[in-house]
Design a protein around this ligand. Sequence first.
Ligand code: ADP
Length: 497
Amino acid sequence: MKRKRHSVLVLLAGLATAIFFSVLVAAFNYRTGLDDLNISLSAAGTRLGEKLAQHEAHLTALAAVVRMGEQEQTDSVRGLAEAIASFYPRITEIATIHVEGASAVMTRYDQPNDRVEEQNSAELPVLTTPGSTVVRSQTGDVQHYEIYKLVAPGLYLLMKIDAGGLVADGLVPHDYGYQLWSEETQLINRPLRASTLLTATRDLDVKSASQPFRLEMSRGFRTTELLPPFVVLPLLLLLAAAFYLLVAFRRAVRAEQLQERRAALLEQETKLAHAGRVNALGEMASGIAHELAQPVAALLSQSQAARRAIVIERRDILEQALDANVREAKRAGDILGRMRAYIAGGASQLETVPLERALTETMLLAEPDLARRGIAVDTVIASGDRLLRIDTIAFQQVFHNILRNAAEALAGQDDPQISIRAEASGNQAMLTITDNGPGISAAALPHIFEPFFTTKPEGMGLGLPLCARLIEKMDGSMEAVNVGGARIIVRLPLETA
Ligand code: ADP
């Protein structure tokens, strides 16, 4: 899943980069195309300006000749006009116009036989300064325009020009579109031929005093022009290869990092396991010392009692002491055996015992000590014939610990009491041991089952954690509550009745 997402991300990144580079290439090609357009427009503008200047030169020459003669219909005018018309086919008409009141007489010179036409003088453009010119575009014949030049008051020179001829000889690249404007009149319009993705248009005012034209040029950009496959394809291939290499490299680095991390983890785990074993060992050692302290102390006091019994020659006390010694030594041995089994991870030695017997045997061991301490014990057993499956030694050890804790809590207390209740509830036996001591402080209560937690100056804090483990091994559970004094509750499974 993670790998898939990674691949998709890489693909997207590759696509984005390819798009980015394609846009870059397209932008570059567009820019170059625009430069071409600008160069073409400027070149066309210059050449057009030259052509328009030629018209001015022709008019000036004609005007000079017209002014020279007595009358303008001289051979010289005709000769010049014919020469101009034959060299410059775009000049389609050369004529003079005489204004005589309301009418005007136009005489054409561009053809061998002069042709005379009558005109309405009101239709002529108004020119006052001799030498001045004006351009008139013809409506309905947009290809052509006329230049009027006032030679002398009442005498005009007229030149009609085919605008198409101005741009006919490759002035504009064949795949460009263009428009030639004389002020608001469009003289020529050649639209772009092919349909394209993008179009760019630039215009230019042609430098001419007599014919102030504007040339507009446009060029289109085809997709393949902006993104030529021979540029884009290798780019894409190159990118794909680069990404493939990058991904492979990153994978290799990741694998190496993973390997290193695994090795580090393994080392850490080994260290932790070792520390854990050392801890467990320490815990166990303390536990063993803790558990053996009581029988060893009993052995010591009973042995001392035995020695006194020999001195005072009391065989009965001697026998009692020796019996107690045997019992305590056996108990110590049992504890050690159980500890060994526990450390070795062996299973508890479970046996089936009636509830009542399990408890009375345990109390038999504990009562002398409690009696010595002046603690009253009150035991009530209900459903005493129900069967418990317990490890008897572990069970006695748990009770011994709980009772010892209660006895220690009751030290110095008036009327110290411990009450023991045993009852069956379904398939569970509930044993409660309640004392009337000060109880367990609220701060201590959540921690008393943690190893080494103790509130006693000489305590080891291993009693309750060990009890809990032992009870758990018998599939039971343990908890502590406060009911004024402390109450320890032990739950153990009962054999089905
Ligand atoms: P230790 O007896 O060495 O302190 P335990 O694990 O047996 O270790 O007990 C842990 C703590 O639980 C004791 O230090 C004590 O604070 C508290 N505790 C246990 N039983 C009682 C009790 N009957 N009354 C008050 N506090 C108790």
